[in-house]
Ligand binder design. Structure first.
Ligand code: DGL
Length: 265
């Protein structure tokens, strides 16, 4: 019997994971995609890791039971920066985690001044500080945590444009300090933020490179699943962990990605 197309579960607190899912879909059309937004526990970026761990385990368990994936992508920097060792020890399938793109940013920066834009939790995680110490030792890394930008990205996927002055205010700490004039790369270290890439670029006081991990994650999934020469997959689905009135507003965005109507787990 022919084997079905490989199935990948893309998990996040909310719609940020869709920025990663879009990269996987673009690179690997033969992969069947099951998105899960853990809206029951959203947002992750303002909560302690100890609170989130059982919540993530519960929601991921439900999502895995619903879709029986061959591989899981934790499409959330806030979660990946503490939960990966635990998940890799307990799950029997490969777990790919999205973490801040510090290493490529250090390689790309001509000035050695990098911005790290993430959730308040991610900018202070020991894992993040270790990434900086290991992969950007000679760089100045300006860390900037914003929970507001997550909310603005959720709204944007529901058709509400982010106010330019709010984006400019969120970006200001990168440019206002003594090293701001030399900053040339900003790492989008929350998967919600690439959804606002164009709006952020328009609100920045001058051109800089915005870098995220989406494409690298798609390459990693490709290496692990080797899904070459498969027929294009259908049957993509979008799951959410709580009923909510605001899920209906996501339908156009989900449809654009071929995900169908939201399904509540
Ligand atoms: N998308 C998530 C990340 O990559 C976090 C959003 C949230 O605060 O829940 O960090």
């Amino acid at each position: 019997m022919a084997r079905r197309n490989p199935r990948v579960l893309v998990f996040d607190s909310g719609v940020g994971g869709l920025s990663v899912l879009a990269e996987i879909a673009r690179r690997l059309p033969g992969v069947e995609l099951a998105f899960t937004g853990d809206n029951r526990h959203f947002p992750y970026g303002t909560k302690p890791a100890a609170t989130l761990l059982p919540q993530i385990e519960q929601s991921l368990g439900k999502a895995m039971a619903a879709c029986d994936p061959d591989l899981v992508v934790i499409a959330c920097n806030t979660a990946s920066t503490f939960v990966l060792p635990h998940l890799r020890a307990t799950l029997s399938i490969p777990v790919v985690g999205v973490v801040p793109a510090i290493k490529p940013a250090a390689a790309l920066s001509a000035t050695g001044v990098i911005g790290l834009l993430a959730t308040p939790a991610t900018v202070d995680r020991p894992y993040t500080l270790e990434l900086i110490a290991r992969f950007a030792p000679g760089c100045t890394v300006i860390r900037n945590g914003s929970a507001e930008l997550v909310t603005l990205a959720e709204a944007a996927l529901r058709g509400i444009d982010p106010p330019r002055e709010r984006l400019a205010a969120i970006l200001a700490p990168f440019f206002d300090g003594p090293d701001g004039a030399r900053l040339d790369v900003i790492v989008l270290a929350c998967t919600h933020f690439p959804l606002l890439r164009d709006a952020l670029a328009a609100a920045a006081p001058r051109p800089v490179t915005f870098l995220d991990s989406g494409e690298a994650i798609a390459r990693r999934v490709e290496a692990l699943l080797a899904p070459a020469a498969l027929p294009a997959a259908g049957g993509h689905r979008a799951y959410f962990t709580a009923p909510s009135d605001d899920l209906a507003g996501l339908s156009p965005a989900l449809e654009r990605l071929g995900l169908g109507a939201p399904i509540v787990l």
